[in-house]
Write a protein that binds this ligand. Structure first.
Ligand code: HEC
Length: 282
């Protein structure tokens, strides 16, 4: 099984080939409709064949990748169906392109247009699976963020004393490093770290964060393991939290996970204050 999982992960690499080849084939198809460019059409059977072959391989790898499990988002179905349709249609177009001119001339253009649309839909939902649906717009101007249903960004903190210890420090750290697997779309270990309430609900062990007791909190335990440990978080070699981030999180849990307050209202040790200042780039 491990070997199938190993091969399946190449899905995220190989998928770029059919995207590039099929888009290019659609453009060449479009250009070759003009009389001046008609010789370009000669390359089309080859291009559709390459697009179809790489699309079929990508779909097979995609199903192997899915076997790994953990893809619980409802949109995974849309991604699989549209991705599979791309491969099927690419094979159909390739078949017609070898039997030109009659059937290809009539069917080529609408089929190519449908493939392009399906490529975008499949690609969009696929991207959401790996990065989360808000990845692309995280740093977008507020009107675009609002369209994507994101709350306004917190105004930049200019004085550490005025920073909210959860909203301005701990939450962005966790969202940056953990949300792809513990966000609203995907909750590995049944743990969602997107909001305070979700985090406090915890995951499989039910004690992700124990206010006042970092040492016994599963979350703190996981981020302080040796990075090569199986249970180390973030999993799968994703960029870990820095030492200062771990230290700020430790302070926050030990301080009873304060919320809706400011750093200035709390008794923060000077060394942790310094870490906060430099994290906030003050
Ligand atoms: C690449 C995906 C991935 C990323 C990124 C990730 N995790 Fe996890 N996490 C998992 C998986 C899978 C599990 C369930 C298996 C296990 O418990 O090790 C898990 C489980 C956990 C658990 C145990 C929950 C419980 O109560 O049993 C905690 C705590 C945790 N993660 C914290 C974090 C933190 C904190 C980060 C960010 C620094 C993070 N994870 C980033 C995949 C990930």
């Amino acid at each position: 099984m491990d070997f199938l999982f190993f091969v399946g992960r190449f899905h995220v690499l190989v998928l770029h080939l059919p995207i590039g080849i099929l888009l290019l084939a659609a453009v060449v198809h479009w250009l070759s409709r003009r009389q001046d460019n008609v010789r370009m059409a000669g390359a089309l059977p080859f291009m559709w064949a390459a697009g179809a072959l790489t699309a079929v391989i990508t779909v097979v790898l995609g199903f192997l990748h899915f076997l790994e499990g953990g893809f619980t988002q409802p949109t995974v179905g849309i991604h699989m169906v549209t991705g599979t349709l791309v491969a099927v249609l690419a094979v159909v177009i390739w078949y017609f392109s070898t039997r030109k001119p009659v059937s290809y001339q009539r069917l080529g253009t609408p089929l190519a247009a449908v493939v392009v649309v399906l490529l975008f839909v499949a690609g969009h939902y696929g991207g959401n699976l790996t990065h989360g649906s808000t990845y692309l717009v995280e740093y977008a101007p507020q009107p675009i963020r609002a369209l994507a249903g994101l709350e306004p960004r917190r105004p930049r903190v200019t004085d550490v004393a005025l920073a909210d210890p959860y909203l301005d420090l701990v939450r962005p750290m966790l969202r940056n490093r953990c949300a792809t697997c513990h966000g609203n779309e995907r909750q590995d270990g049944d743990l969602n770290l997107w909001t305070y309430e979700a985090m406090m609900r915890g995951g499989d062990t039910g004690r992700a964060v124990l206010p006042g007791n970092a040492e016994r909190s599963e979350l703190y335990y996981r981020i302080t393991l040796p990075p090569n440990h199986d249970a180390f978080m973030p999993a799968e070699g994703n960029t870990p939290l820095t030492d200062s981030e771990v230290e700020i999180i430790r302070w926050w849990i030990d301080a009873d996970t304060p919320l809706d307050t400011t750093v200035g209202n709390l008794n923060v040790p000077a060394d942790v204050l310094d870490l906060m200042r430099s994290w906030l780039r003050l």
